[in-house]
Write a protein that binds this ligand. Structure first.
Ligand code: GAP
Length: 443
């Protein structure tokens, strides 16, 4: 089968992630484990940066959102109440010839194995996606516990604790970020569909008659986050309004990004009605109704949720940033070469400033500059290889600014700042460098 340009682009992004230590297969020396990914030095920096920006945008900058960090393993009744134990499943089919398993809804042709072409397939069967473990020394039915399949359920369970300790009144939200686990039948598209991933969720509790206004508000806010904070152009995003809704929901939509492998959901905005609170009240036997003092009335708050996957967001950021252009080369007989460049917004780049002394002899003067700049920015210090190669290494990981300390710097107290995208170079006096970079990086 011919490899399309988009497939090739995706393969290049995966290769770059591995080569430069953004993301690679978990347990690789044992042959890897399907659906699990490790984030290397640059990847973990990018991941923490994006998570931090989400937290600032959703929690720190708002008075009406509180944070939570709950456990991954909860009382198993939580997952009975949420409906996951009974219903969180996909229909799957097995190939009787090659023994591979597929999601029924992803088969191109019903009853034909996409791996070996056999027509000997089982009937579709339910396959629960919850991951199980045992709590305590006895591995029996009674001690089964589940790794959370979504990070939001503990928010509903802890609603009263958070509300009382923070003295919030409706409308207000509770947010948390953290790991979720799903035994996906068919993990694929790199980190897009993983079995262990991070979710960033916010549950907004309000009066039912105001819930659609809040739904529209959060829809607009979340789009703003992608374009204004992450720098993803709106034309690379698409809204998919759900036609089939859960019986308790008034609306639901997905925010999709155009990945090289096609449009894929990165975030869901869901009207969840009073479903979760009602179910937890029923299963726990606790009164979880909210007392509205203004109205002198008790009721279950209605919930509007914003739910995104951090790994999918990182993948969208990387796919959006990946580019190739032409740059001067030092190879003999060639003037230009293909340059791989990650056009990451400076606020996201794992390395924001690279300090590159032209020679080892300049270390004594250049190192103090590095020590000073790293107090304000994420910095790298690289003295190995010719300067052209060093620029390329930084371009490939998305470093927006390279500062070259050369022999003239010693006398004129200035350095050359090279901007990643335009490759334009500017001489900047050392005493103005920090302010110059801050203006470009922080804005
Ligand atoms: N609490 C609602 C909820 O979990 P969801 O649509 O199942 O809704 C929300 O998941 C987000 O979590 C998705 O938009 C996606 O970004 C992320 N996500 C879900 N399953 C994933 C998987 N297997 N791998 C990576 N991210 C996933």
């Amino acid at each position: 089968m011919a490899v399309t340009a988009n497939q090739e682009k995706m393969e290049k992004i995966v290769a770059l992630c591995k080569r430069r230590g953004f993301v690679f297969q978990s347990s690789e020396i044992y042959g890897g484990i399907n659906g699990f990914w490790d984030y290397g030095p640059l990847g973990v920096t990018l991941r923490r940066t994006v998570e931090g920006l989400w937290w600032k945008y959703m929690v720190t900058d708002r008075d009406n959102i509180e944070g939570l960090d709950s456990t991954i393993i909860c009382h198993p009744r939580v997952w009975h109440a949420s409906g996951h134990v009974a219903q969180f499943s996909d229909l799957m089919v097995d190939c009787l010839e090659c023994k591979k398993r597929f999601r029924d809804d992803q088969l191109q042709e019903k009853g034909v194995c996409p791996a070996c072409g056999s027509k000997k397939m089982t009937e579709p069967r339910e396959f629960n996606l919850m991951m199980k473990t045992y709590v305590g020394p006895v591995a029996d039915e009674e001690h089964i516990a589940y790794l959370r399949a979504e990070s939001c359920q503990p928010i509903f369970v802890d609603f009263d604790q958070v509300r009382m300790s923070s003295r919030q009144k409706l409308p207000f939200g509770i947010a948390q970020t953290g790991k979720a686990f799903r035994n996906e039948i068919n993990p694929r598209f790199f980190t897009f569909r993983s079995r262990e991933f991070v979710q960033m969720e916010m549950e907004f509790f309000c009066r039912d008659e105001e819930s659609m206004t809040w739904y529209d508000y959060w829809h607009a806010e979340r789009l703003k986050f992608y374009s204004e904070v992450l720098g993803i152009p709106v034309e690379k995003l698409k809204i998919h309004h759900h036609e089939k809704l859960a019986h308790y929901a008034k609306a639901a939509l997905d925010i999709e990004f155009e990945f090289p492998f096609g449009w894929g959901e990165i975030e869901g905005i869901h009207h969840r009605g009073t479903w979760d609170m009602t179910r937890h009240a029923e299963y726990s036997g606790q009164n979880l109704q909210y007392f509205d003092q203004e109205r002198n009335e008790r009721y279950f708050p209605t919930v509007v949720e914003t739910s995104c996957g951090l790994d999918r967001m990182i993948l969208a950021v990387l796919c959006n940033a990946y580019d190739e252009d032409k740059a001067p080369t030092q190879k003999e007989g060639k003037e230009e070469d293909v340059r791989v460049v990650l056009r990451l917004a400076p606020i996201l780049a794992p390395v924001q400033v690279a300090i590159l002394p032209l020679s080892n002899k300049l270390n004594e003067k250049a190192e103090p500059l590095y020590s000073e700049l790293r107090k304000s920015f994420r910095c790298d210090y690289d003295v190995t290889g010719n300067i052209g190669k060093r620029y390329r290494r930084q371009d490939e990981i998305g470093t927006p600014f390279c500062v070259t300390f050369d022999f003239d710097s010693v006398n004129d107290n200035a350095v050359t700042v090279r901007e990643r995208d335009s490759m334009a170079q500017e001489r900047v006096p050392l005493d103005q460098l920090k302010a110059y970079l801050a203006g470009k990086i922080i804005g």
